[in-house]
Design a protein around this ligand. Sequence first.
Ligand code: FMN
Length: 199
Amino acid sequence: MSTLLYIKANPKSEGLSRTFRISDKFIEAYKEHNPDDSIITLDLYKEGIDFLSEEGVNMHHVEPGEGRNHPILKYAYQFLEADKYVLAEPLWNSSIPAILKAYIDYISVANITYKYTAEGPVGLCTGKKAVNITSRGGNYSEGEFVIWEMGDKYLRTIFGFLGITDFTTIAADNMDVGQDTETIIAGAITKAQELAQTF
Ligand SMILES: Cc1cc2nc3c(=O)[nH]c(=O)nc-3n(C[C@H](O)[C@H](O)[C@H](O)COP(=O)(O)O)c2cc1C
């Protein structure tokens, strides 16, 4: 039995996020194929994730096992103990919503999710997999704006740093440029449902 952590980063009300329309379908299909797995939904806005305080920064290098019940470090342990991750966020100003960056600052903690060695830092979240589900106003999958995309790229990089190199992206592009958004979303949902069968 696996534990899947569903990390949601969008303040929009229920049903109004195009990104969540896709990611929720992934979760629905995943549940159908893995009825015994545990799914933890972490809505970062509902959790009230905040920017790191001075105390939070000072807690960022702990002794192994320390701070399991700490209000910030508990997220790092929860992250470490999951087997699979589903990220869902829109592209905001070429990157991820700030609350998701704040969450990454909560979970990236030396001696919990990575450690320092003589050869440099080593991720401790190995043998796990992630999918990032995103939607974006323009097209960042191909063409001149690919280099403007720093959200999915950042997440892929930081997950790799933590040891998670099995990282897939499902993106619904061209949401705000007058194209048929329903067809694009339907295509992304199909991809999400297919991946959910083998994830
Ligand atoms: C604050 C903000 C910043 C945005 N920045 C970008 C951007 O840099 N590039 C882009 O293509 N779309 C941008 N968008 C558009 C969203 O990525 C797009 O509408 C997306 O589909 C929204 O997903 P949602 O319905 O899940 O919120 C931005 C939207 C908002 C609200």
